[in-house]
Design a binder for this molecule. Structure first.
Ligand SMILES: [Fe+2]
Ligand SMILES: [Fe+2]
Length: 226
């Protein structure tokens, strides 16, 4: 157990992506803040480290993502995978979720003001991610591929830093939505759209966490190793 406590969150998630659900449950960041040990992250968040370690040891939920050995993939292949799987998922779901969020805010906003806040937050995620993905697909990922083909290629660290900052910003917004929605738990009186909104938001959050994890913790460090 002590061994696990001293591992960084990024290391654990890199070894087994299904542990992401445990960190999500405790709202421990494994994207931007993934470089901290579990023990330190728990101390900072005022969470019992024993609970987290227990959940990690008992973690049997392997449903969030297939166990693929992302770490062994080439940077080029991984970049393509991210675009085909995660960017596609986002593009297919942004408008559906925005539609649900706007409808719920319109119908329930007066007696449940947080639904308005959630809709506004999701709208900012939507525009932020749309330009973010273009930056990755047209600037950053081609540069990563060029660097793989030619080690002398001059890689622009500024774009990389900017993209990482954007991950952090989006991470903060999605965490706020998670808090406002009480971990995506609809109230008892919720209508089907309300339920669907929270279901989709949870699915979107899981996908986004995995997506940013693949970029920050696996793809980008590969560039440094080239
Ligand atoms: Fe991405
Ligand atoms: Fe990204």
């Amino acid at each position: 157990m002590s061994e696990l406590k001293n591992k960084t969150i990024a290391e654990i998630v890199s070894d087994d992506i299904s542990t992401a659900s445990v960190f999500k449950k405790y709202k421990l960041d494994f994207c931007g803040g993934g470089g901290t040990t579990i023990e330190n992250a728990c101390k900072k968040a005022n969470i019992n480290v024993g609970d987290v370690v227990n959940d990690l040891l008992n973690n049997t939920s392997k449903q969030e993502a297939p166990n693929l050995n992302f770490k062994d993939w080439s940077a080029e292949f991984l970049a393509d995978y991210i675009v085909y799987v995660h960017h596609t998922y986002i593009r297919q779901n942004l408008s559906i979720i925005s539609e649900f969020a706007d409808k719920v805010a319109k119908v329930h906003g007066q007696h449940e003001p947080k639904t308005i806040e959630i809709a506004q937050l999701f709208s900012s995620i939507s525009s932020e991610l749309t330009s973010h993905m273009i930056k990755e697909e047209f600037i950053l990922f081609p540069a990563i591929k060029a660097k793989t083909d030619n080690p002398h290629f001059e890689f622009d660290e500024k774009t990389l830093a900017l993209v990482k900052d954007e991950h952090e910003e989006v991470g903060i917004i999605i965490k706020k939505i998670q808090e406002l929605s009480a971990d995506f738990t609809p109230p008892e009186w919720a209508c089907n759209t309300f339920k669907a909104l929270y279901f989709k938001l949870e699915e979107f959050t899981n996908d986004l966490y995995q997506h940013i994890h693949l970029e920050n913790n696996i793809l980008f460090p590969k560039v440094k190793n080239l």
